[in-house]
Design a protein around this ligand. Structure first.
Ligand SMILES: [Ca+2]
Ligand SMILES: [Ca+2]
Ligand SMILES: [Ca+2]
Length: 225
């Protein structure tokens, strides 16, 4: 396959929220800086460390989840921001939620929260960087950087989305022409493409990632009632 990816027009069917658009733009910007990731294997090597860091996020999550129901709702996020002394409008909170809440539930579950944190990391916005500082994301930043760089590695044409052919290309580069690699690539891609629109956003990528590193909401939560 050559480098031309022409029959690959992305179909972004679902209307993106303002924040999601911002995130795609942020990824496009970030992609211009390049990536130190050379292969999927090198990302896979980092899984244990990523796993460990993402578990630290659970502690933060629990602090936000005032009623401990396993979800952070808009009011809880607002309270949290208030406690941190961050001014936020209801609309901003709503946008943050829409950007992360893949299932369009009332609350953000843990894996959606990771998407949220990564968004906070990625967005170069004065208000957001204030959130970042106050939430003490410092130790998590290398993990988010790895995740961002992995996405940039996959997004060959740097448009902020990973298409099917880009995914297969990355897999082929890594495994070096094993016959099954294309099929594995497709399977991985389908796992990531939650809304089945043919492209994977950074949000979808992160969401899938929390599964791959073994974080699972339902299994980790002991029902206490
Ligand atoms: Ca809650
Ligand atoms: Ca792309
Ligand atoms: Ca998608």
């Amino acid at each position: 396959m050559g480098g031309v990816i022409s029959g690959d027009s992305p179909r972004h069917t679902s209307p993106a929220s303002k924040l999601e658009k911002k995130m795609v733009e942020a990824m496009q910007q970030r992609a211009l800086k390049g990536t130190s990731v050379k292969s999927l294997n090198s990302v896979i090597m980092k899984f244990p460390k990523i796993d460990e860091s993402l578990r630290k996020c659970r502690t933060i999550f629990q602090q936000f989840d005032e009623d401990s129901n396993g979800e952070i709702d808009q009011l809880e996020l607002k309270h949290c921001f208030q406690n941190l002394g961050i001014e936020s409008t209801d609309q901003e909170i709503k946008d943050l939620f829409q950007a992360c809440d893949i299932y369009e539930n009332m609350g953000m579950k843990f894996n959606e929260f990771i998407v949220f944190l990564c968004l906070v990391y990625l967005l170069d916005d004065p208000a957001v960087s204030e959130v970042r500082k106050r939430m003490g994301l410092g130790s998590l930043e290398p993990t988010f950087e790895t995740l961002v760089e992995s996405f940039v590695f996959l997004d060959k044409n740097k448009d902020g989305y990973v298409s099917k052919s880009e995914m297969i290309q990355a897999i082929n580069e890594t495994i070096g022409g094993e016959r099954s690699s294309g099929r594995i690539g497709m399977k991985r891609f389908e796992e990531m493409d939650w809304d089945k629109n043919g492209t994977v956003t950074f949000k979808e990528f992160l969401f899938a990632f929390t599964h791959w590193v073994g974080i699972n909401n339902e299994e980790d939560e002991d029902e206490e009632e």
